[in-house]
Design a binder for this molecule. Sequence first.
Ligand code: NAP
Ligand code: MG
Length: 495
Amino acid sequence: MTRSHSEWKQLAAELKIEGRAFIAGEYQDAADGKRFDCVNPANGLKLADIAHCGEKDVETAVKAARRAFESGIWSELAPVKRAAILKRFAALIREHADELSLLETLDAGKPIGDTSSVDVPNAAYCVEWFAEAIDKIGGEVAPADPKLLGLITREPVGVVAAVVPWNFPILMASWKFGPALAAGNAVIVKPSEKSPLTAIRVAGLAKQAGIPDGIFQVLPGAGDVGKLLALHMDVDCVAFTGSTAVGKLIAGYAAQSNLKRVWLELGGKSPNIILADCPDIERAANAAAGAIYYNMGEMCTAGSRVLVHRDVKARFLEAFKKAAETYYPGDPLDPATSMGAIVDGIQHRKVLGYIDKGLSEGAKLLFGGKAAHADVGLFIEPTAFDCPRPDLTICREEIFGPVLSIITFDDVEDAIRIANDTEYGLGAAVWTADVSTAHKVSRRLRAGTVWVNCYEEGNDMNFPFGGFKQSGNGRDKSLHALEKYTELKSTLIKL
Ligand code: NAP
Ligand code: MG
């Protein structure tokens, strides 16, 4: 159902917000009673007190997870039964879509039109997809000496910690807990302190669906909750989405503790290459605008570098400017809003700092460049720079905001070199009318996802998602995601 601005405001006013941790099947305050404020970045108002979990809570949750996992109550449930419970969980997420969309919008500043049509339905879809898959995949019988029967099976890895970011809070969490639960693990979610509300709410729905106590827990708190989980000797796996800097720390924590499995979905500086034979400049410009201004540019796959051929640059810039005009920050609760608020003051200052850096290093500001509605909340105008060189800071570092760096090239080889000249390798796109060029260029782009004549297509679960190089390892989505949450076992039976 589509709702009006005033309906969403009314629903928001009536919302009851849960801020406690979810441990061993119950909502609970942090053991030491500590709390922190959850604030709406669109108006600066406090939304709720959130449990600030610490060492004791991590201990309790890991113990509960271990107990529940070892009991077999979930891991040894017939896959068809686990699937049924997870489908109920997905259905409950859908039934509570208005509430969850509102929580996400109020907490993270994301437009309600997006949270209600993308984040929440796709989280439900992810849980459902892995539920549907899990009773349909089996193991292997290895070719072996006829006197030997060799079975190759997958077993759940055990206690999985999912440490997730604030840009797509419920969706990124579901990309972890969907496959991890389906595979039979016990999962502890650590949401970002900037956006804990949907993870906390969803935990109650998991219980309602029939997921046993201890199998799904949520520990809100600061980064050190993630650190404690990643250092814990009884956590078997950390699935992380966040910055490359914290990803490196997590890999180190695993090395310092029990060599737990570490899966990292990290940052990006994805190139969007417009070749001279781009089949439709207007479509490319619209896609480029969505690639950098959707979700306020707070996207790991943001097309934050446009590489455009000199011959089509003028036409592209004209069409891009027009496309960018459809994005302007507004009230996240208004379904007509295409851009919401920046998640918090730290991120807001960081993005504005990059804009200053672009100006001081000689990039030409094409439009935007300022905070918007500064008297109300944390908003930033859609911004684009024409960059004289590809080595400017704004062309190299992930900004994670609505700031595009446009780089001009004359030759395809140059474009490929510039595109790959980054520590990241998450997404990339190329626009061309020639099928051979499309294949040749996409093969040479070092990125986990390459789009040809589109950007951010493929919302369904069938495509593995993740990065090359310092954009991480392992893949979310698709059946490949199950590899993260299972161990392979060979069983050899002498006949
Ligand atoms: P972040 O600062 O790395 O935080 C990610 C998560 O790690 C949060 O829950 C955070 O908790 C926690 N954390 C912070 N310090 C930690 C530590 N020392 N040990 C363990 N956990 C710790 O990233 P972010 O700013 O939230 O998110 C933005 C980044 O995520 C961007 O770089 C973006 O590209 C990346 N991202 C990647 C993908 C992908 O799939 N590749 C998707 C979305 C976002 P607190 O927030 O409470 O401190
Ligand atoms: Mg943080």
